[in-house]
Design a protein around this ligand. Structure first.
Ligand code: SF4
Ligand code: SF4
Length: 147
């Protein structure tokens, strides 16, 4: 039996901070590109509690915002959360600080793609399955999830 007795894998792993990462320009770039005041976030959790896909994410949306504040670019762009986000705006309308979290997620995907971090590739589709998927669906997936 696994160590966690068959429960879902642990989410929101501890943040490993380094001075170098915190001082890098990642947060500034996210603020510039998204236009969002990420420093205003006080971790109320409203965004995550309303997110319809939170159960699928290994890092919750409020925690992503905290990682942005702390400049932890690598932890964000190599994580599944920014790709699972469906841009539904639920988090954005729930934020008491007026942060458009969806715009931040969009920016983070843009930064990940700029850095060549693809989340999806042709080798991940089983050829038998690919034959049944509508072509516009495949094109849409590639446009969102790969460079
Ligand atoms: S926009 Fe993304 S993060 Fe926000 S509630 Fe929707 S799925 Fe969740
Ligand atoms: S709802 Fe807004 S203030 Fe609250 S945790 Fe999410 S981003 Fe931060």
């Amino acid at each position: 039996m696994s160590e966690n007795m068959g429960l879902a894998p642990p989410r929101n792993p501890p943040i490993k901070l380094t001075r170098k990462k915190v001082r890098a320009g990642f947060k500034k770039r996210v603020i510039e590109l998204s236009g969002q005041p990420v420093d205003a976030c006080y971790q109320c959790g409203n965004c995550s509690s309303g997110c319809p896909l939170a159960q699928e994410m290994s890092i919750l949306p409020n925690r992503i915002i905290r990682l942005v504040q702390l400049g932890q670019k690598d932890d964000i762009i190599h994580n599944d959360t920014i790709w699972i986000c469906a841009s539904c705006f639920q988090c954005t309308v729930r934020c008491p600080k007026g942060i458009d979290i969806q715009a931040v997620m969009d920016t983070l995907r843009q930064i990940a793609l700029e850095e060549g971090v693809d989340h999806f590739g042709p080798d991940q589709i089983d050829p038998e399955h690919a034959a049944e998927v509508p072509q516009p669906g495949l094109v849409g997936v590639y446009r969102k999830l790969s460079t």
